[in-house]
Design a protein around this ligand. Structure first.
Ligand SMILES: Nc1ncnc2c1ncn2[C@@H]1O[C@H](COP(=O)(O)OP(=O)(O)OP(=O)(O)O)[C@@H](O)[C@H]1O
Ligand SMILES: *[C@@H]1O[C@H](CO)[C@@H](O)[C@H](O)[C@H]1NC(C)=O
Ligand SMILES: *[C@@H]1O[C@H](CO)[C@@H](O)[C@H](O)[C@H]1NC(C)=O
Ligand SMILES: *[C@@H]1O[C@H](CO)[C@@H](O)[C@H](O)[C@H]1NC(C)=O
Ligand SMILES: *[C@@H]1O[C@H](CO)[C@@H](O)[C@H](O)[C@H]1NC(C)=O
Ligand SMILES: *[C@@H]1O[C@H](CO)[C@@H](O)[C@H](O)[C@H]1NC(C)=O
Ligand SMILES: *[C@@H]1O[C@H](CO)[C@@H](O)[C@H](O)[C@H]1NC(C)=O
Ligand SMILES: *[C@@H]1O[C@H](CO)[C@@H](O)[C@H](O)[C@H]1NC(C)=O
Ligand SMILES: [Mg+2]
Length: 645
C-alpha cells in the first residue's frame, strides 16, 4: 500500500456517507448553501451560506429544522441513545452592551412551532404552554437577556431547558481554561463566532454543555450539565433544529455550522470551511452612546446649521464691494468687519452725529486702539463713484495740521464708509450754538480757529499739487482737536451731490459766512417770528453802514475781545461774501489780512446787501435765474438750502 492514509480516508468518507444516508445518525454542515432545511419565520439562508435565524426584525422568531424527523431510540420502547451535537453560532446585536433575546438548539416533537412566542420565550414556548410537561422539548438556550421571571442569571448565559424557558441548570456563558481551570466569561452577543458542544449520555442520563470561542479547542471541563433521563421526556421521532427570537430591538442570530452524531460523536466542525461572518454593519455602541449619539448628532446638526447661518450672516453682514481699480488704494481700504467691530456694530450709543450725508459713529480700531470717526454715506451705486473715491482718497492723503485726516474708506453695496481721525472736541457749531453744554469760546480761541481754518483752506487751494475745493465750509465741518486747533473736515464730499461749477472763490464765500458765524455767534440764516429769513450778512452790513460794527460781535463775549481783530474779521467776512466772485479775496490774501500783513480790507460804501439781490428773495431759488453759477454752491451752503441731500 503506497498511500494508506488516502485509502483510509476514502473508507471513512464512504462509511460516513453510508451512515448518514442509511440511519441519518450523523451529519455535518459547513454553511448551509443549498441545504434542505425546514425553516419558518424570519429564518433564511444567506447567499454566503449563513443560517440566519433572525435578522433585522424585532419581536419575531425563526426556526430551522433538520428536514426529516429522527429516531433517538433504537425501538419505540427503548431508551434514548447517547448523542452529541456541535454547532457554531454568532449573535450580532446593533448595540455592544445589549441584545434581544437569544437562540437555542432544540429537540422537539414537531417542527411546527408557529404558536411559540418571541422575546424571552425564545420561539420555544408561549405563555400558556410554558412549563407544561406535554411540550416534550429539550433546548440548549443561549440567552442574551436576563428575564428575571424565568430565573435568568445574567444577560449572557447558557441554559439547559426542559419544557420551559426556566432552565434546569444554567451558567454564565464562558469556558474553563484547560491549563489553569480559570473561568472566562464570554459575551454571547459580541458578534463573534463561538462553538457549542452538547452531549447526552444514555448511561449517565446526563446532558453536558461546553462552549468556547471559535478559535479555541473544546475545553475539557464542561460549562454546565444536568442529569435528566430524556427517555422519559422525548417523543419518538423527534425534530432537531434551532430557534431564535428577537425582542424590542433586532438582533442577528446566526448558525454557521452544525454537526450531529447519534451513538457516535458528532463530527468535528472544520472552522476553515465555515462561511464568513458579515462585518457588523454598525460599530458596536454602548448604552451611553445610545443616548449620547442622538443628542450628539442633533447637536452636531444644530451646531453645523448655526455655523452655516452664522457664516452666511457674517458674509452678508461683512459683505463689501471691491473693484479692480481700488487695488491702488489698498492701504486706505478698511475692511467692513474691522469698522463693524470698532463701532460695536454701529450701535446707536456710538453715534456722534447725523449730517446731510449720513450718520457718524465713533469707534476704536481693535489693533491700533486708534479713535476713529466713521461716516456712513448711503448712495445708490452711482456713476462717478470711481472718480469720487479716487478724489476722496487722494485728498485723504493730504496731511496738514488744520485738516481732519481721512484714514481711509470702505465700500459696500449702496454704502460708502469714510474713516477719519476722531476729533475729541467735536465740531465748532456746538460751541457756537449749544452753549448750555459747553463753555463758550473766548475771542482768542475763536480767532485762532479762524486762522487755523484759513490756513487749512489755503493749503487745499494752493499748497497741494492741484487745487482742491472744499465745497462745504461751515461750522459743523470745522472740528476741534485735543489742543482746540481748528481742523477742516469733509473736504470734497459735497461733490457727491453737487455737480455745479465750484471754484476756490465759492469756498472763500463760505469762509466769509463762517467768519460771521464765529464772530457774531449767530447762525448765518435765522427765521424771525413772522417766518421771514433774516440774513446775518445783511444785519452786519447794516451795522457797518451805521458805523456800529462792534455791536455785531457776539454779546456773550461781554465785550471781552480784541476790537481790532473782531472788526478785521467782520470786514474780511463782508469782502469774502461779495456777490461777485471776482471781488472776493483769495485765501492767500485772506491769510495776509488775518496776519495783518495787508491793511484792513476796504468796502465800497454803496455795496448792496444780500437781501437786495433778487435771487435771494426767492426762497426756493430758481437755478435758471442764476447768472453766477459759482454762486449756487455758495448760496446753497450759506443759506442751508442744500436741497440735493
Ligand atoms: N472726525 C470727527 N471727529 C469727531 N466728531 C466728528 C467727526 N466727524 C464728524 N463728527 C461729528 O459728527 C457730526 C455730523 O457730521 P457730518 O459731517 O455727518 O454732518 P455735518 O457736518 O453736520 O453736515 P455735512 O453732512 O454737511 O458735513 C458733526 O457735527 C460732528 O459733531
Ligand atoms: C427536503 O426534505 C424534505 C424531507 O425529506 C423533502 O420532502 C423535500 O422534497 C426536500 N426538498 C428538497 C428541495 O430537497
Ligand atoms: C412496548 O411497551 C408496551 C407497554 O409499555 C408494550 O405493550 C409493547 O408491546 C412494547 N413494544 C415493543 C416493541 O416492545
Ligand atoms: C403549524 O400549526 C398551525 C396550528 O398550530 C397551523 O395553522 C399551520 O398551518 C401549521 N404550519 C405548517 C407549516 O404546517
Ligand atoms: C400556546 O401554544 C399551544 C400549542 O403548543 C397553543 O395550543 C396555544 O394556543 C398557545 N397559546 C397562546 C396564548 O398562544
Ligand atoms: C398542558 O397541556 C395540555 C395539552 O396542551 C393540557 O391539556 C394541560 O391542561 C396542560 N397542563 C397545564 C398544567 O397547563
Ligand atoms: C462573569 O460575569 C458575571 C456577570 O455577568 C460576573 O458576576 C462574574 O464575576 C464574571 N466572572 C468572571 C470570571 O469574570
Ligand atoms: C449545574 O451545572 C454546574 C456546572 O456548571 C454544576 O456544578 C451543578 O451541579 C449543576 N446543577 C445541577 C442541578 O445539575
Ligand atoms: Mg460734516
Amino acid at each position: 500500500m503506497e498511500h494508506p492514509p488516502f485509502f483510509l480516508l476514502l473508507v471513512s468518507l464512504g462509511f460516513n456517507l453510508i451512515a448518514l444516508c442509511a440511519g441519518q445518525n450523523q451529519f455535518i454542515y459547513h454553511g448551509f448553501t443549498g441545504k434542505n432545511l425546514t425553516i419558518d419565520g424570519t429564518t433564511k439562508i444567506t447567499p454566503e451560506g449563513l443560517l440566519e435565524l433572525t435578522s433585522d426584525k424585532n419581536d419575531l422568531n425563526g426556526h430551522a429544522f433538520f428536514p426529516t424527523p429522527m429516531h433517538f431510540r433504537s425501538s419505540p420502547n427503548s431508551t434514548v441513545q447517547s448523542f452529541s451535537v456541535n454547532f457554531v453560532f454568532a449573535i450580532q446585536s446593533f448595540y455592544s452592551d445589549r441584545s434581544y433575546d437569544g437562540m437555542a438548539f432544540l429537540i422537539a416533537p414537531s417542527n411546527n412551532l408557529s404558536t411559540a412566542w418571541p422575546d424571552g420565550y425564545l420561539g420555544l414556548f408561549n405563555i400558556s404552554n410554558r412549563g407544561n410537561s406535554s411540550n416534550r422539548i429539550l433546548a440548549i438556550e443561549l440567552d442574551t437577556f436576563q428575564n428575571n421571571e424565568f430565573g435568568d442569571i445574567s444577560n449572557s448565559h447558557v441554559g439547559i431547558d426542559i419544557n420551559d424557558v426556566r432552565s434546569v441548570n444554567s451558567s454564565f456563558a464562558g469556558f474553563y481554561d484547560d491549563k489553569n481551570g480559570i473561568f472566562t466569561n464570554l459575551t454571547l452577543y459580541n458578534g463573534r463566532a463561538m462553538q457549542v458542544w452538547m452531549e447526552y449520555s444514555e448511561e449517565a442520563t446526563q446532558i453536558t454543555v461546553t462552549m468556547a470561542p471559535i478559535d479555541t479547542p473544546k475545553p475539557k471541563r464542561p460549562l454546565l450539565y444536568a442529569t435528566y433521563d430524556l427517555s422519559t421526556m422525548l417523543t419518538d421521532p423527534v425534530y432537531i433544529g434551532f430557534s431564535a427570537a428577537t425582542g424590542v430591538i433586532s438582533t442577528r442570530h446566526i448558525v454557521l455550522g452544525w454537526s450531529f452524531g447519534m451513538g457516535v460523536p458528532a463530527p468535528d466542525i472544520d472552522i476553515t470551511k465555515l462561511p464568513k461572518l458579515p462585518r457588523v454593519g454598525t460599530k458596536p455602541r454602548s448604552n451611553v452612546l445610545e443616548i449620547v449619539l442622538p443628542i450628539a448628532s442633533a447637536m452636531f446638526i444644530i451646531i453645523v446649521g448655526t455655523m452655516v447661518i452664522l457664516i452666511v450672516r457674517r458674509k452678508l453682514l461683512y459683505a463689501e464691494l471691491r473693484e479692480d481699480w481700488e487695488i491702488d488704494f489698498g492701504p486706505q481700504r478698511f475692511s467692513y468687519k474691522d469698522l463693524f467691530h470698532a463701532t460695536q456694530g454701529f450701535k446707536n450709543k456710538n453715534m456722534i452725529g447725523v449730517g446731510g450725508f449720513g450718520k457718524v459713529y465713533k469707534g476704536v480700531l481693535a489693533t491700533s486702539k486708534l479713535e476713529i470717526a466713521v461716516k456712513k454715506i448711503s448712495h445708490e451705486s452711482r456713476q462717478g463713484m470711481k472718480e469720487f473715491i479716487t478724489e476722496i482718497v487722494s485728498i485723504g492723503r493730504l496731511r496738514h495740521r488744520n485738516l481732519v485726516p481721512l484714514l481711509g474708506y470702505c465700500r459696500r453695496k449702496n454704502e460708502l464708509l469714510l474713516v477719519y481721525n476722531y476729533m475729541p472736541k467735536g465740531s465748532l457749531d456746538k460751541y457756537l450754538h449749544d452753549v448750555d453744554n459747553r463753555a463758550i469760546l473766548n475771542w482768542a480761541q475763536r480767532f485762532q480757529i479762524i486762522k487755523d481754518v484759513a490756513c487749512g483752506l489755503f493749503y487745499l487751494h494752493e499748497r497741494w499739487e492741484k487745487v482742491v475745493i472744499h465745497r462745504d465750509i461751515k461750522a459743523s465741518n470745522i472740528l476741534l482737536d485735543a489742543e482746540m486747533n481748528g481742523r477742516l473736515g469733509d473736504f470734497g464730499l459735497a461733490r457727491l451731490y453737487d455737480h455745479g461749477k465750484a471754484s476756490p472763490l465759492t469756498d472763500v464765500f463760505a469762509f466769509g459766512a463762517f467768519l460771521l458765524e464765529t464772530t457774531c455767534g449767530q447762525r448765518p440764516v435765522k427765521q424771525d417770528s413772522q417766518g421771514n429769513q433774516l440774513m446775518l450778512v445783511d444785519w452786519v452790513l447794516e451795522h457797518w453802514h451805521d458805523g456800529s460794527l462792534t455791536e455785531a460781535v457776539d454779546m456773550r463775549l461781554q465785550g471781552d475781545y480784541n476790537i481790532d481783530e473782531a472788526c478785521l474779521v467782520l470786514k474780511l467776512a463782508l469782502v469774502c461774501l461779495h456777490p461777485f466772485p471776482a471781488s472776493r479775496p483769495n485765501m492767500r490774501q485772506v491769510m495776509q489780512y488775518l496776519d495783518k500783513d495787508l491793511p484792513q480790507p476796504e468796502l465800497a460804501p454803496t455795496r448792496l446787501g444780500f437781501s437786495k439781490l433778487p435771487l435771494m428773495q426767492n426762497k426756493g431759488f430758481n437755478p435758471s435765474a442764476m447768472s453766477y453759477p459759482e454762486l449756487r454752491t455758495s448760496i446753497g451752503t450759506f443759506s442751508g438750502l442744500s436741497g440735493g441731500r
